[in-house]
Design a binder for this molecule. Structure first.
Ligand code: FDA
Length: 285
C-alpha cells in the first residue's frame, strides 16, 4: 500500500512498520532498552481461506526470523486473522500449527481477544492449545461482565493471562460502560491474577493501576520475573523505561504490516488527544 508522508507519520506513531524487517528492527531497539516484545502481524476478519493461510504464513515467517535473530519475543495473533469467521473452522488448525511451531523454539503464543462474539470460542482455543503445547497466553478484557468467571477458569487451569481493559465497542448487556466500572473490574481481576494466576501480564498504561500491581506483587512476595507489564508500541515510552530501570519486566506489543487501519483506529478511539495528533499530521500543523 502506498502512503503519503502524512499517512506514514500517523501510522508510525503506533505501528512499527509495514514489513517484518521494520518490526524486527523495532524489537532490536526495544531489546537494547531492556524491553521484551510481542510481535503482531496486523490483520483481522479475513474473508477467504487463502488470506487466512497467508496470515499463518506471515506468523510462521516471523517466528523463523525471531529465531534467526535470537530475539526472545512472543507472537500475538487474532483468531479472525486465521479465518474464525469462515465456515470450515480451519482457524483451529492454523492456530495449532502456529502454537506447535512456536513451542518447538520455546516461544509463547498470545491469543489476542477481539469483540465479545468471539470470546467463548477464543478462550476455548486458548485452552486447547495450552493443553497441547503449554505455551499459550489468553487475553481477558476487564470491561466484559463475564470476565470474572473466565479468569477463574483460566487460573484453575494454570493458563497465563494478559489482562487488558478492552478496546472494542460493546453494548451494556455484555460490558461495563463507565470508565470507573471498567477500572474497578480491572483491579478486581488483577487481584485474582496475583492470588491464583500463572505469570500474570498486566497490560495497561494506567499508572495508578501499575502502582497497585507493584504493591500487590510485593505484598505477595513475588519477584519481578514472576509477572510482567505489557504496553503498546508508541504509548507511554517513558513509563516503559522507568519500570525497566526499577527492575520490572516490560513487554511491548509490536504491530506491523499493511493492514494497520483497524488497529490504528482503536488507538485513536482510546484517547481523544490522539485524534488531534492525527489531524495535525495530516494538515502538517
Ligand atoms: P486507559 O485507557 O485508562 O489509559 C491510561 C493512560 O494510558 C492514558 O491516560 C494515557 O496516558 C495512556 N494511553 C492509553 N491509551 C493510549 C493511546 N491509545 N494513546 C496514547 N496514550 C494512551 N484490547 C483488546 O480488546 N484485546 C486485546 O487483545 C488487547 N491486547 C492488548 C495488549 C497490550 C500489550 C496492551 C497494552 C493493550 C491491549 N489491548 C487489547 C488494549 C486495551 O484493551 C486498551 O484499549 C488500551 O490498553 C488502553 O487502555 P489502558 O489500560 O492503557 O488504560
Amino acid at each position: 500500500m502506498e502512503e503519503s508522508g502524512g499517512g506514514e507519520r500517523i501510522r508510525s506513531r503506533f505501528v512499527a512498520g509495514q514489513t517484518l524487517g521494520e518490526a524486527i528492527a523495532a524489537c532490536r531497539e526495544l531489546r537494547a532498552a531492556g524491553i521484551l516484545a510481542t510481535l503482531d502481524h496486523l490483520g483481522e476478519n479475513v474473508t477467504t481461506e487463502a488470506d487466512a493461510d497467508r496470515s499463518l504464513g506471515a506468523a510462521l515467517t516471523a517466528l523463523g526470523e525471531l529465531d534467526r535473530e535470537g530475539i526472545a519475543a512472543t507472537i500475538s495473533v487474532k483468531l479472525t486473522q486465521f479465518g474464525m469467521d469462515l465456515d470450515a473452522g480451519l482457524f483451529r488448525n492454523r492456530a495449532e500449527a502456529l502454537a506447535g511451531t512456536a513451542a518447538a523454539s520455546d516461544r509463547r503464543v498470545e491469543i489476542d481477544m477481539e469483540s465479545s462474539r468471539y470470546t467463548a470460542a477464543t478462550l476455548e482455543v486458548a485452552g486447547r492449545l495450552h493443553g497441547m503445547f503449554g505455551n499459550t497466553r489468553a487475553v481477558i478484557q476487564a470491561y466484559l461482565k463475564r470476565s470474572a468467571g473466565d479468569i477463574d477458569r483460566l487460573n484453575s487451569l494454570g493458563i497465563p493471562v494478559r489482562l487488558c481493559k478492552g478496546a472494542y465497542l460493546e453494548g451494556p448487556e455484555v460490558a461495563f460502560a463507565a470508565k470507573t466500572d471498567v477500572d474497578a473490574s480491572y483491579r478486581r481481576l488483577m487481584g485474582e491474577l496475583f492470588r491464583r494466576g500463572s505469570s500474570p501480564a498486566i497490560a495497561t498504561h494506567d499508572e495508578a493501576i501499575i502502582d497497585e500491581a507493584i504493591a500487590l506483587a510485593s505484598a505477595k512476595g513475588l519477584r519481578p520475573e514472576d509477572f510482567e507489564f505489557q504496553m503498546l508500541y508508541g504509548v507511554r515510552r517513558e513509563l516503559q523505561q522507568r519500570l525497566v530501570s526499577r527492575g520490572y519486566q516490560v513487554r511491548v506489543y509490536v504491530p506491523y504490516g499493511e493492514a494497520w487501519y483497524p488497529y490504528f483506529m482503536r488507538r485513536l478511539a482510546e484517547r481523544p488527544a490522539n485524534v488531534w495528533f492525527a489531524i495535525r499530521q495530516i494538515t502538517g500543523e
